[in-house]
Design a protein around this ligand. Structure first.
Ligand code: DC
Length: 260
C-alpha cells in the first residue's frame, strides 16, 4: 500500500482514510489533526495517548522521551549543571528523532538508538532538572512542531503540549487524578515492593513533583483553558480512551482541509 495514499473507502459508519504512514484512520487524510494530552505524572498519559493513537490510526509522540534522551546525553557527556549551553548544543547536534517504523516509535540520537537507556533510574533522577532548562525546552518545542509538520495526524503527550507547543490544537485533553491514586498507579507501574516505599511516601513525591512542574518558569504544568479535563481517578484506561475518542470524532468533521 502506498505510504502517501489519500484514498478513502466508505464503511457503513465512518469513512476510513489511509494516513501518511499507511495506517487506517477515521480522520480524513486531507485534514491534519493534532491531539494534545497534558497532565501531571501518574495519570496514565503515555498509555492513554498510545492507545488513543492506535484506536484512531494516528501517530503517537512521547515528548518525555525527548527530555529523557537529553538527560542521558548530559550523563554521557558528563556535563555539570552550569554547562547548560554545552548541553543544549550537544542535544541540537544529536538531532533527536524517532524511528516511526517501531510501535511505539523509538528515539535516536546521532542516528543511534538511545531508547533502551532512557528509562534507567539515573536518567529518571536527572530528567526533572533537565526539563527546567528554558533553552532546552525551546529547542524541544521547535522539534515537536517539525515532527507534527511531518506527521500531521498526531497524538502528542507531555506536560506542555496543549499549553505551549500546540496552543492551536483542535482537541486538547488534560488528564488528572487524585494524588493517592496516581501514587498507587506509579507503584504498580514500577513494580515497587511496598516494603521499600510506602504509598504515602510515593504520594508525597508525586505532590512535590507536581509543585516543581507547576512552578517552573518555562512550560509549567497548567490545564489549558480550552482543554477537556478528565479526572481518571475512578475510570479504567479503556473508559478514558473511549471517552477521548468520542471527543475527537465529534471534532473531526469540523477540521479544516488541506489545500489541494
Ligand atoms: O513523561 P515522562 O516521565 O517520560 O517525562 C520525563 C520528564 O520530562 C518529566 O520530568 C516531565 C518532563 N517533561 C516535560 O517537562 N515536558 C514534556 N513535554 C514532557 C516531559
Amino acid at each position: 500500500m502506498s505510504t502517501q495514499a489519500t484514498k478513502t473507502q466508505t464503511s457503513p459508519a465512518v469513512k476510513i482514510s489511509v494516513n501518511t504512514i499507511g495506517k487506517s484512520t477515521p480522520v480524513p487524510a486531507n485534514r491534519p489533526i493534532i491531539i494534545t494530552i497534558d497532565g501531571p505524572a501518574g495519570t496514565g498519559k503515555s498509555t492513554v495517548a498510545r492507545m488513543l493513537a492506535a484506536k484512531l490510526g494516528l501517530d503517537f509522540l512521547d515528548t518525555g522521551a525527548m527530555y529523557r534522551a537529553a538527560a542521558a546525553i548530559m550523563i554521557d557527556k558528563q556535563f555539570d549543571e552550569d554547562q547548560v549551553g554545552e548541553l543544549v548544543s550537544e542535544v541540537i547536534g544529536a538531532d533527536l528523532h524517532f524511528d516511526w517504523s517501531q510501535d511505539p516509535p523509538t528515539i535516536l540520537a546521532w542516528d543511534n538508538p538511545i531508547d533502551h537507556r532512557i528509562r534507567s533510574q539515573e536518567v529518571t533522577d536527572l530528567v526533572s532538572y533537565v526539563a527546567t532548562l528554558s533553552e532546552l525546552r525551546q529547542h524541544m518545542v521547535r522539534k515537536q512542531r517539525i515532527i507534527f509538520a511531518q506527521h500531521p495526524h498526531l497524538v502528542t503527550e507531555g506536560r506542555d503540549q496543549g499549553s505551549v507547543a500546540f496552543p492551536d490544537a483542535p482537541v486538547k485533553f488534560y488528564l488528572d487524578a487524585e494524588p493517592m491514586i496516581r501514587a498507587q498507579r506509579r507503584i504498580d507501574q514500577l513494580g515497587i515492593d511496598p516494603q521499600t516505599m510506602s504509598l504515602e511516601t510515593m504520594c508525597d513525591r508525586i505532590i512535590q513533583r507536581d509543585e516543581m512542574d507547576s512552578t517552573r518558569a518555562d512550560g509549567p504544568l497548567v490545564c489549558p483553558d480550552d482543554a477537556i479535563r478528565i479526572d481518571t481517578s475512578a475510570m479504567d484506561i479503556e473508559e478514558v480512551v473511549d471517552l477521548m475518542a468520542k471527543h475527537v470524532m465529534a471534532r473531526v468533521q469540523d477540521l479544516p482541509e488541506l489545500d489541494s
